[in-house]
Design a protein around this ligand. Structure first.
Ligand code: B12
Length: 481
């Protein structure tokens, strides 16, 4: 009865290891709790696994990580919470233990998700301090107002209270042992493993939900990151994806991480990928990345139109995109530009400007998302809500009725693009294989990492790395890693 049960309900394929549970497991053990794990991603029959556990297990608390509420993909609009509801209801049927929710998906909609599951405990933001604190209060029938970031039922108002969070200071954290979840299996079946070098993002892009779930910017010591990477490589886990919102913000920290990887002799042992901001990306950083084992960078370019970049709250320009493309090429870094098209103000002309620029700059791959997911607490989401009923808003698509908290997938697609926006964009892209673009009309192409059978098969066949890069190598016939 001194154990906390950690549950991962995310069953997307290829499987991505729930890095959060490695952090939370470690924090709980350090606080004196035993840790059990039900990783429902790695099982055929979640209900049977839950039943088997609770036949003898009697945890103090069940902690469920909600990394994804949906797949944030206009073409599929897969609402994951519906599937998690079955899992959580099943747990509640077979156990009286309190259930607490948390995670980067959860933290975008803390109260709305508790309502949706009819639960009354959640943690907004980071869990390393909050989860052991909650377990302690539950064990001692203590005071919930002491638990940082806790969201819980307010007896008086009938709504929810949210306690202020206490930010986790990563600046003194050592390498994580990475032993709470089966990372070897995730590597075999998912082709890569995640590592955080920092937490939080200093940017406030108009659409982005990343800052909604993290209190501030916290940097890990570069030497600890390098030591964690070396430990994973010793276990044969040598293809990694950094789990930072933007690896190169701040650039000096990214340079520090690369230098420590090099100093520890890991640059030739591991291949890693990262999300990056298109600026700043200097020659010095590119050179360090290349020597430190960088296999590819995914830049959040968003648009090739300066007017649209301003609309989206980005702080770089088309010229920066050109400069960064040049820098990558000079240093032999494989790179992708990810586009987010269809935001407010997007026109057929700005789409053309963007596609033309991409064709000219010629990144190794161009990820194309048409339709911008609206999240509450972002400038775009709040603006759509302020404009009145979603169903009456010509720019809002997806779940437009009974969705005032924007919990179910709902997107902005500029009405100025006309009814055939997808076909128009498909026409601009043509047969150019550098572009990852799936439209709802044109069937089989799937660049979503949610239930992607092409990727699952490629990983079985030995491919490793970031999914966009595996898809690139499959097309180019250039091998597994
Ligand atoms: C890196 C990343 C990826 C990489 C992962 C690489 C890897 N090997 O790990 C790749 C590119 C593969 C990827 C893919 C996808 N991703 Co992604 N990804 C991220 C990113 C940047 C970091 C996630 C991460 O690991 N963070 C580090 C961990 C430690 O943080 P954490 O999970 O938040 O956990 C902390 C707290 O939340 C809390 N916590 C977590 N769980 C719990 C539970 C309890 C009970 C408590 C108390 C606390 C708690 O404590 C933890 C430690 O403090 C996030 C955005 C972000 N900055 O968070 C998006 C993000 C999670 N991804 C997202 C999406 C949509 C996807 C895809 C579905 C995209 C797609 N359609 O293909 C896929 C899904 C893949 C899958 N199988 O799950 C969305 C989810 C949004 C939503 N509303 O659901 C995010 C939030 C980005 C966004 N803003 O839209 N992703």
């Amino acid at each position: 009865m001194n154990s906390v049960l950690l549950v991962n309900p995310n069953r997307m394929r290829p499987p991505i290891a729930p890095l959060a549970l490695d952090y939370l497991g470690e924090a709980l053990r350090r606080s004196g709790f035993d840790v059990d794990v039900l990783d429902l991603c790695l099982t055929e029959d979640p209900a049977a696994v839950i039943d088997r556990y609770f036949a003898s297990g009697d945890p103090l608390l069940v902690a469920v990580t909600i990394r994804n509420t949906d797949d944030v993909y206009y073409v599929s609009q897969d609402f994951c919470l519906e599937k998690y509801r079955e899992i959580i209801s099943h747990v509640c049927r077979v156990s009286d233990a309190p259930v607490v929710l948390g995670g980067c998906g959860y933290s975008i909609f803390p109260e709305a998700i508790l309502d949706y599951f009819d639960l009354n405990l959640g943690v907004w933001g980071e869990g390393e301090i909050a989860l052991p604190a909650l377990a302690r209060q539950i064990a001692t029938h203590g005071d919930l107002s002491e638990v940082p970031g806790l969201v819980y039922s307010a007896k008086r108002s009938g709504g929810f209270c949210r306690n202020p969070p206490v930010p986790v200071d990563l600046s003194r954290s050592g390498p994580l042992p990475r032993d709470t979840v089966d990372n070897e299996r995730y590597f075999r079946e998912g082709g890569q493993l995640g590592v955080e070098t920092k937490r939080g993002c200093p940017n406030r892009c108009a659409y982005c939900a990343d800052p909604l779930g993290k209190a501030g910017l916290s940097l890990r010591p570069p030497a600890a990151v390098a030591a964690e990477i070396a430990g994973l490589a010793d276990r044969g886990i040598d293809h990694l994806h950094f789990c930072d919102s933007e690896f190169n913000l701040p650039a000096a920290h990214a340079a520090g991480v690369c230098s420590e990887i090099i100093n520890l002799g890991q640059g030739d042992r591991v291949r890693w990928y990262a999300y990056c901001s298109p600026a700043p990306f200097t020659d010095e950083l590119a050179a360090l990345c290349a020597t430190a084992g960088c296999a590819g960078l995914n830049f959040g370019a968003d648009s090739g139109s300066d007017a649209m970049l301003r609309q989206l709250g980005r702080d770089f320009t088309r010229e920066d995109l050109a400069r960064t493309a040049e820098t990558c090429r000079r240093h032999g870094i494989v790179f992708m530009y990810d586009l987010l098209l269809g935001g407010p103000g997007e026109t057929r002309d700005s789409l053309k400007e963007t596609v033309d620029l991409m064709k000219r700059l010629s990144p190794d791959r161009v990820g194309v998302s048409l339709g911008v997911r609206l999240f509450p607490g972002t400038r775009l989401g709040d603006r759509a809500l302020a404009e009145g009923p979603l169903a009456a808003n010509p720019g809002v698509r997806g779940k437009v009725s009974a969705n005032s908290k924007l919990l179910a997938p709902v997107f902005y697609l500029s009405p100025e693009l006309g009814w055939d926006a997808e076909a128009y964009l498909a026409g601009l892209i043509g047969a150019d294989e550098r572009f990852f673009f799936a439209s709802r009309e044109a069937g089989e192409a799937n660049y979503n990492y949610n239930d992607n059978s092409v990727l699952v098969q490629a990983i079985k066949d030995g491919y490793r790395g970031a999914y966009w890069d595996i898809l690139r190598r499959l097309k180019e016939g250039s091998g597994g890693s």
